[in-house]
Ligand binder design. Structure first.
Ligand SMILES: [Mg+2]
Length: 280
């Protein structure tokens, strides 16, 4: 049996921290599957190392072999619970900043008036991720344009991601190297581990998973994903002629409801039918 690389988002994909109900004992079934030697497990998340570790412990998830964290700016290999940062990935994304570092970004942006940028806590930053809080009412397009232009002028090619923290009522601005993304990190990992596309599958639930969900990799949307995300993913894949690559969980595997880990399992069985026998 070949090796299968399962790359899965955490929040509201494997972690049942959304509004929908989780099927009982589904994470036990998932852990049993992950323990098989055919399965290589990678968690792919916006969370940093500490917050991924907290999620694993709080929700009793299996230890993965890899973690792509901090919105794709870090890749860790995990052996016997020791986390090691993949330096090759840092080098790969660092090229976009042409020798500049995080302090250079902060210095350049400190001159920017009118956007109310406040640096986030130290644990939310890393060598290739600079994160700010902003006023939630600001014009997101204007900020992104202004920040990108200013940094590009100084040889720093960035991807500027703006999102809203509705609970805390603030805007979040992440500045990353241009090529740092969940999808690019997954492809980098596949290449390093020599895992072909036919043996790789990605699972997610929301807008920030869309580039991986619509990349042509085999992909799973859990049933608790919103209708908007399902529609956006399908439309984009149909346009590319790749609609067969996506499976949207329906909730019809072994009495489970298709939400969270149940959806991931359902999708795995869809792409690799032999897995059904392993779940009994
Ligand atoms: Mg998610």
């Amino acid at each position: 049996m070949k090796t299968i690389l399962l790359c899965s988002d955490l929040d509201r994909t494997l972690l049942p921290n959304g509004a929908q109900l989780e099927s009982p004992k589904v994470r036990k079934v998932f852990s049993k599957l992950a323990a098989r030697e055919e399965i290589l497990l990678a968690y792919v998340s916006g969370r940093n190392e500490q917050l991924v570790k907290e999620a694993i412990s709080k929700y009793q998830l299996p230890d993965p072999q890899f973690v792509i964290g901090d919105v794709g700016t870090t890749l860790y290999r995990i052996h016997r619970r020791a986390w090691e940062l993949d330096k090759n990935w840092q080098q790969e994304i660092g090229r976009d900043w042409h020798g500049n570092n995080r302090d250079d970004v902060v210095t350049l942006l400190s001159d920017l008036d009118g956007f109310d940028l406040r640096l986030q806590e130290e644990e939310k930053q890393n060598s290739y991720k600079v994160s700010y809080y902003t006023n939630p009412q600001l014009d997101m397009k204007a900020i992104r344009k202004k920040v990108s232009a200013l940094l590009t002028e100084h040889g720093i090619d960035t991807s500027v991601i703006w999102s809203l923290d509705e609970k805390e009522h603030c805007g979040l601005l992440d500045i990353l190297p241009q090529r740092a993304s969940k999808l690019h990190a997954i492809r980098f990992l596949m290449k390093e581990e020599e895992i072909p596309e036919a043996s790789t599958v990605f699972a997610g639930d929301s807008g920030n998973d869309l580039d991986a969900l619509t990349s042509g990799l085999q992909a799973i949307l859990v049933k608790n994903s919103t209708a908007d995300v399902q529609k956006a993913a399908l439309e984009e894949l149909e346009e590319k002629g790749l609609a067969d690559c996506l499976f949207i969980a329906r909730g019809d595997l072994q009495g489970m409801n298709g939400n969270y880990a149940a959806g991931v399992l359902e999708g795995l069985v869809y792409f690799f039918p032999e897995i059904a026998d392993w779940l009994d």
